[in-house]
Design a protein around this ligand. Structure first.
Ligand code: 4AD
Ligand code: MG
Length: 429
């Protein structure tokens, strides 16, 4: 019977067929150990000269790394084998004898591996990260779907900036200019007024000029938006979502976390409540370690490190100065110089995982903000309409998927958390 390796435990003492690729092999005297992967797992087959058919032994001798194969044999419990089972081969067939594989089973630098990303993804660690990515996406969707949110994705081609004009990718749109979406938020505000609570999930684009471990030029963002919600409610939602994701990965992706050698105790301590501090309080934390930091600026990576290291859980920072946040942030009625914005900084120096807040819902105030920042009133006319027809307090946030994966997997660099990373200096492969 043709089976996937992940199910091998159900077939002890039965004959099975697996189809996959040669992951690795070694030999010891008259024995050949071949490791086959099929995308769901890795299984070992032991082929002994004299015991196995001569034809199988010959194939085991000449087979090369990443050759595609079909193996048939008897499943045997073997505690010393990876996965706890091995296959005693009755038949081994090569579909294609692979050419010399460039990624040998030793350590390689990321600089060497990035141009080989199409092959690098086959490695144990990289496929574990992709499996965690898949589960995080499912967890995010389930979290919102279970609470009656409607997925209403925004467009990727848009006429306007959300997060500032300096990181826009411009594209020709027939005889007009358009941009790749930086965030679905503005459209979310329209769909939230139509449907109550919504989310969008899709690729977003930023022409980042800096090369850091946390910046991709194409990344995926999960963005919920809710009508009739205020800043505290937005933080509650973000906190519940993050706890849900972490619990779900601990529950369902234990094997992958083990492959990634993740310190589970760090994830197990991600429980409610997360600390909530104001921007001003965060500035004081930073200034204790870095006296040169001027209050009033946005935090850079070294400042986020200081904040992150002061807590063992993700931390919310709210009430940033209006001047360092986007035009759509609602001003705090109690202090108009502050915005009802919130970021979430991950623990273990994961950087900013979430950015969001309450939106400016007053027509005049929003229009004034658009003009003050030199933005075009015409471009945002439809967005201003939302304040003319039944405006209400509303808000939401964006969770950066790749940064979240990096945090949960304990991976330093976001480039390993997406199948094909796009960065300042990389659009290949
Ligand atoms: O803080 P940002 O810019 O917020 C927004 O775009 C809001 N409009 C979202 C909303 O309220 N609906 O981005 C949100 C998150 C960041 O916290 C970060 O996790 C991620 O998106 N992010 C990036 N991830 C990888 N590479 C980049 N260049 C990123 N820029 C932002
Ligand atoms: Mg941000």
């Amino acid at each position: 019977m043709y089976i996937y390796i992940e199910n091998i435990g159900k077939y002890e003492a039965k004959e099975v067929t697996i189809k996959g690729w040669l992951y690795n092999k070694r030999s010891s005297g008259k024995i050949r150990f071949i490791l086959i992967r099929d995308g769901t797992g890795i299984v070992q087959s032991v082929i002994a000269k004299g015991e196995a058919k001569d034809s199988i032994f010959e194939i085991a001798d000449k087979i090369t790394q990443e050759s595609s194969v079909i193996l048939t044999g008897l499943v045997k419990k073997e505690d010393r084998a990876p996965g706890g089972y091995e296959i005693v081969a009755n038949d081994l067939q090569i579909i294609q004898l692979a050419q010399e594989y460039p990624i040998t089973p030793k350590d390689h630098s990321v600089e060497f591996l990035l141009p080989l990303r199409h092959l690098w993804l086959r490695s144990k660690k990289q496929s574990a990260i992709m499996r965690v990515r898949h589960e995080i996406i499912k967890a995010c969707r389930d979290f919102f779907d279970n609470q009656g949110f409607i997925c209403a994705d925004g467009p990727i081609l848009t006429p306007a900036a959300v997060e500032g004009a300096t990181t826009l990718f411009e594209v020709e749109y027939y005889d007009q200019k358009a941009y790749l979406s930086q965030s679905g938020q503005l459209y979310n505000e329209a769909t939230a007024a139509a449907l109550g609570k919504v989310y969008c999930f899709g690729p977003t684009f930023r022409a980042e000029k800096s090369k850091t471990r946390r910046h991709l030029t194409e990344f995926w963002m999960l963005e919920p938006e809710v009508a009739f919600i205020e800043l505290d409610g937005i933080m509650d939602l973000a906190e519940n979502m993050v706890v849900y994701i972490v619990e779900r990965i601990l529950e369902r992706k234990a094997t992958e976390l083990k492959t990634l050698e993740r310190d589970l105790s760090k994830l197990e301590s991600i429980k409610k409540p997360f600390p909530r501090i104001t921007y001003e309080e965060a500035v004081k934390i930073v200034q204790k370690k870095d006296k040169t930091f001027p209050g009033g600026d946005d935090f850079g990576a070294p400042h986020e490190t200081i904040i992150s290291e002061s807590f063992d859980k993700p931390v919310f920072i709210h009430h940033y100065p209006v001047d360092i946040k986007a035009f759509y942030m609602k001003r705090d009625p109690a202090d108009e110089s502050l915005s009802l914005s919130v970021d979430m900084i991950g623990s273990e120096n994961a950087g900013e995982l979430i950015g969001g807040g309450q939106r400016e819902d007053n027509y005049e105030t929003l229009l004034k903000g658009i003009k003050e920042r030199g933005l075009s009133e015409d471009t945002y006319a439809w967005y201003l309409d939302l304040r003319k027809y039944g405006t209400c307090p509303h808000g939401g946030f964006g969770l950066g998927l790749e940064r979240t994966i990096a945090w949960i997997c304990g991976i330093k660099h976001c480039r390993e958390t997406i199948p094909f990373p796009r960065m300042l200096d990389r659009v290949y492969p």
